[in-house]
Design a protein around this ligand. Structure first.
Ligand code: EPU
Length: 442
């Protein structure tokens, strides 16, 4: 296990550059299975999830290598159609290979996906959509694998029952080579999906957003190779804004994309944070005078993303008054609360009043675990003190690191490798902003 040792209590000040988006890199790597031709991808982040995805492609027979931030794929084609349990269980996006494997080879066997355990987190919407396109998919409880076959995939009109980010991407990957036209309705609108669409169109796919929450894909006979540069990671940008907020620092972000985090910045400004537009892709975030309480409800695009609530919660421990966060996308995404309480944070769970929870929440209401709460109240400002902390998911990990950076004294944050899944060289980048932070291996 890796542990961060952080001596906090100092404002973070300086410059940082945002890396390529994890949630695009993983999908583009998956999408590369749609062709045997050569693909070059730039601005790929050096994170553990990318390494795992590259390992997965190699397991399937695909040649793939990474040099600097460029990944090169090609020179050999898929020759395996089963994702081994140990590879798949470590990576949620492993389930997405179902679509390209079915589209090109008509068979795939994948284990139940891994990744962050954020409540039940099933893939029923992906499976249902693929079945509508002609696949036969059965989950075998005995071996824990989905067994899928298809005698060709066929264009269809499919309406998602509820929003799903990777479910929309899975069906896009299935539709690109399907026979005929596919129209996806109630499709997700997250900006990472548009980057994937741009990549696929670069290879010869015919995909268009044709209406609000509607995507039309005209199936093509095959894709050629190509070269593509991945967009910056907006979740990373938000993490650094929260770092400025919680330490009362001033952080200048390069590769900034303010337009991708509009809702977050509105909240940041409303709470008293400053957003200084230094250039088109350079933004200085600072919070020199403290913050005011805020009331946040997470939402699908273009709302306040679920990935932002955990780092925002730690910022709110420093805000004047009582803040609330209502999580509506995932159930059980408050694993960081007990850890923040160890540092003196005053946080209580509550049950927000919701008239029709079955339709209101993005997760399947029937999957929820009795006793889980969807809301927290944070009373601030509280002086956080050092503690020994345990990371259990990626964004919660970022939250605990931010809390330790804000707290006076030396904190131990166990489970640093969880953060490596999604943040490139995080301790070096925080050190560049003046943090005292090191990693030890236990
Ligand atoms: N859901 C189902 N059935 C499905 C699909 C989703 O019940 O078939 C539920 C989920 O359990 C969740 C909700 O619907 O409660 C929304 O799930 P969605 O499919 O939209 O999320 P995801 O695709 O699993 C992606 C990102 C997440 C990000 C969400 C929201 C990737 C690899 N993951 O997850 O990112 O929070 O969309 O935008 O793209 C992260 O980066 O740390 C992360 C968790």
């Amino acid at each position: 296990m890796n542990t961060f040792i952080i001596d906090g209590g100092k404002p973070l000040v300086g410059d940082v550059t945002i890396a390529g988006a994890k949630n695009v890199a993983l999908k583009i790597l998956t999408a590369s299975l749609l062709t045997s031709e050569h693909i070059v991808i730039h601005n790929v982040p050096h994170i553990a999830d990318v390494t795992r995805m590259i390992d997965l492609l190699k397991t399937l027979g695909v040649k793939c290598s990474m040099e600097g931030h460029t990944v090169s794929i090609g020179g050999s084609d898929v020759n395996q159609f089963t994702v081994p349990l140990d590879v798949g269980a470590r990576l949620r996006t492993s389930s997405m290979v179902l679509a390209p494997l079915l589209a090109r080879f008509g068979k795939a066997i994948i284990p139940n996906p891994g990744g962050c355990r954020l409540g039940a987190r099933p893939i029923d919407r992906h499976i249902d959509g693929l079945i509508h396109m002609g696949a036969t998919i059965a989950y075998d409880h005995a071996d824990g694998f989905f067994h899928a076959t298809a005698n060709g995939l066929y264009g269809t009109e499919y309406t998602f029952e509820k929003n799903t980010h990777t479910g929309t991407e899975t069906l896009l990957l299935a539709a690109v080579l399907a026979k005929g036209t596919t129209t996806l309705k109630n499709a997700a609108e997250e900006v990472e999906i548009d980057d994937l669409i741009r990549f696929l169109n670069t290879l010869g796919a015919k995909i268009k957003r044709t209406n609000v929450r509607e995507i039309t894909v005209i199936g093509v006979g095959g894709l050629h190779g190509g070269e593509y540069t991945i967009m910056p990671d907006r979740n990373e940008e938000v993490t650094f804004v929260c770092a400025a907020a919680v330490t009362r620092g001033s952080i200048t972000v390069h590769n900034s994309r303010r337009e991708y985090i509009k809702d977050f910045l509105e909240e940041f400004r409303r709470s008293g944070g400053e957003v200084l537009e230094i250039g088109e892709a350079i933004t200085r975030y600072q919070c020199l005078h403290g913050l005011n309480a805020s009331f946040v409800t997470t939402a699908i695009y273009p709302g306040f993303m679920t990935d932002w609530q955990a780092p925002w919660a730690v910022a709110m421990t420093q805000a004047n008054g009582i803040s609330t966060i209502h999580e509506t996308v995932f159930e059980s995404r408050f694993s960081y609360v007990s850890e923040l309480k160890k540092m003196g944070a005053q946080i209580d769970f509550f049950d927000p009043e919701v008239k029709n929870p079955e339709t209101f929440y993005n997760f399947n209401w029937s999957d929820r675990i009795e006793g889980y709460h969807q809301g927290i109240k944070i009373k601030g400002p509280t002086e956080l003190h050092n503690a020994v902390l345990e990371i259990d998911d990626l964004r919660a990990g970022a939250t605990l690191v931010l809390a330790a950076l804000a707290a006076e004294g030396e904190s131990y944050v166990h489970g640093a490798e969880q953060m490596d899944r999604g943040y490139e060289h995080i301790e070096e980048r925080f050190r560049g902003l003046g943090a005292t932070m090191k990693r030890i291996q236990e």
